[in-house]
Ligand binder design. Structure first.
Ligand code: ADP
Ligand code: MG
Length: 399
C-alpha cells in the first residue's frame, strides 16, 4: 500500500472549504433511515474537520438515479438522520457545483457543515468527467475521501477530485486501509483465510488471489461443495457448481505450488429439506452424504480442527459464512468458528479482519462484532480488495 496523507497532515484549515466524500447511502424504509452505521462511520471525520474550523462540504451518492434528478433520491432524505448522529446542524444545498452552490457555501461560517445534492444526479459523476470534477473542485480548497466503500469506483467524487485538490484520507478510510494492510498487505504470518458463502463463481478471483498470499485457506459454505466434488466426493443435492470443478482443482493445485494448505470439511451437517431444524437433520462424514441430502453446514469435528488451525495463526481474513447461517441449526459452524476467532483476538494472538454483507450479519449473529479486530462494511470494495485489485479511489489518494 502506497503512502497516503491523513487528517494529521492538514495544516491550519480555518475557513478553508473541505470537500469530503462520504458514504451516506443509508438503507431506508418509508423515508426513514433504518441503519445509521454508515453515518456513524463518517461522523468522526466530519466533526474533526468542523472543529478544526473548516467549512465542511459533504459529497455523497444515494441510490441509483442514473444521472438525473429524482426527488425520492435527494440526499436531503438523509439530512435529518445525519444531523441526529452528529448532533449538529447540516445545511442542505440542492446543487453539487455552480453559482447556486457557491453562494450557499459563502453563507457557511468556519465550523459549519453543508451537504451537497446526490452526486449521481449528474452523469459526470459515474463517467468521472473531468469537467464535472473541476466544477466541484472550484468550490473547495482540499479534498478528503472517507468513503472506502465507494473506492472501487473511479467516479468524479471518489477518484477525479483527488487529482485536482490536495487529497487526504478521512479517519474511517484511514482505519479501513490500515486494517486491510495488516490483514493482507504486510500481515504477521501464518495467515489464515476463511472463504465461505454460497457460490464459487462469485469468489473465484478472491480464491485465486488468496492462495498466493495465505498459508491456510479454509473453504466452507456452499462453495466447499464444489471443491469436494472436484475431489470426487458425491455431494448429493447440495448447492454445487459442477461446471467449476476444474477451476476448483486449479485453485487447489496453485495452493499446493505456493505452500498454502487448503482445508475442506471432512464432516458436514446435512438434511433432505432446507428448513429450520428439519426432521432429516444429521451429521456425517463427507463421503456418506446420500443422493437426496444437502450439505448445509460444516460439521463439528471439522470446526474443532479449524479452530486448532486458527490457534497456530497470527492473522485471519474472513469472507463468507461457513453454512446457511440464517436457518438454525446451520449457523453452528459459523458461530463456533467466529467465537474461536474472537477469543484468540481478545487474547492478542490473532489479528482478525472480516467483511462481506452476509459475513457482517453472521458475525453479529455470533455476537462477536466488538471482539474481532476490524469488520469492513464495504461490500464490493472489500471483495475487490480481497481479489488483490488496486482500488482507484485509494490509488488516487496515494498518487
Ligand atoms: P458475503 O455476503 O459475506 O460475501 P455470500 O453472499 O457469498 O457472503 O454468501 C452468503 C450466503 O451463503 C448466505 O445466504 C448463506 O445462507 C449461504 N450459504 C452458506 N453455506 C451454504 C450451503 N452449504 N448451502 C447453501 N447456501 C449456503
Ligand atoms: Mg452476500
Amino acid at each position: 500500500m502506497a503512502a497516503f496523507k491523513t487528517l494529521d497532515d492538514l495544516g491550519d484549515v480555518t475557513g478553508k472549504v473541505a470537500l469530503v466524500r462520504v458514504d451516506l447511502n443509508l438503507p431506508m424504509a418509508d423515508g426513514v433511515a433504518t441503519d445509521l452505521t454508515r453515518a456513524r462511520a463518517v461522523a468522526p471525520t466530519i466533526l474533526e474537520l468542523a472543529d478544526k474550523g473548516s467549512k465542511v462540504l459533504l459529497l455523497a451518492h444515494f441510490g441509483r438515479p442514473k444521472g438525473a434528478r429524482h426527488s425520492q433520491m435527494s440526499l436531503s432524505m438523509v439530512q435529518g438522520a445525519l444531523e441526529g448522529v452528529l448532533d449538529r446542524e447540516v445545511m442542505f444545498i440542492p446543487e453539487v457545483a455552480g453559482p447556486v452552490a457557491a453562494q450557499a457555501i459563502d453563507i457557511l461560517r468556519p465550523g459549519d457543515i453543508g451537504m451537497l445534492e446526490n452526486t449521481r444526479f449528474w452523469p459526470g459523476e459515474e463517467k468521472n468527467d473531468p469537467e464535472f470534477a473541476r466544477a466541484i473542485a472550484a468550490n473547495g480548497d482540499f479534498y478528503v475521501n472517507d468513503a472506502f466503500s465507494a473506492a472501487h469506483r473511479a467516479h468524479a467524487t471518489t477518484e477525479g477530485l483527488a487529482h485536482l485538490l490536495p487529497a487526504y484520507a478521512g479517519r474511517s478510510m484511514e482505519a479501513e486501509l490500515k486494517a486491510l494492510d495488516a490483514a493482507l498487505g504486510k500481515p504477521q504470518t501464518p495467515v489464515a483465510a476463511v472463504v465461505g458463502g454460497a457460490k464459487v463463481s462469485t469468489k473465484l478471483a478472491v480464491l485465486e488471489n488468496l492462495v498466493g498470499k495465505v498459508q491456510h485457506l479454509i473453504i466452507g459454505g456452499g462453495m466447499a461443495n464444489t471443491f469436494l466434488a472436484a475431489r470426487g466426493v458425491d455431494v448429493g443435492k447440495s448447492l454445487c457448481e459442477h461446471d467449476l470443478t476444474a477451476k476448483a482443482e486449479a485453485i487447489m493445485d496453485a495452493a499446493d505450488a505456493s505452500g498454502c494448505t487448503v482445508h475442506l470439511p471432512y464432516d458436514v451437517v446435512v438434511a433432505k429439506e432446507f428448513a429450520a431444524n428439519p426432521a432429516s437433520l444429521r451429521t456425517c462424514n463427507v463421503h456418506e452424504v446420500a443422493a437426496d441430502e444437502m450439505i448445509l453446514d460444516v460439521g463439528p469435528q471439522a470446526v474443532e480442527a479449524l479452530g486448532d488451525v486458527l490457534k497456530t495463526c497470527r492473522t485471519l481474513v474472513w469472507n463468507g459464512p461457513m453454512g446457511a447461517f440464517e436457518t438454525p441449526p446451520f449457523d453452528a459452524a459459523t458461530v463456533a468458528l467466529a467465537k474461536t476467532a474472537a477469543a484468540l483476538t481478545k487474547e492478542g494472538s490473532l489479528v482478525s479482519v472480516a467483511g462481506g454483507g452476509d459475513t457482517v450479519a453472521a458475525l453479529a449473529h455470533a455476537g462477536v462484532t466488538d471482539d474481532v479486530t476490524y469488520i469492513s462494511t464495504a461490500g464490493g470494495a472489500f471483495l475487490e480488495w480481497m481479489e488483490g485489485r488496486e482500488l482507484p479511489g485509494v490509488a488516487a489518494l496515494s498518487a
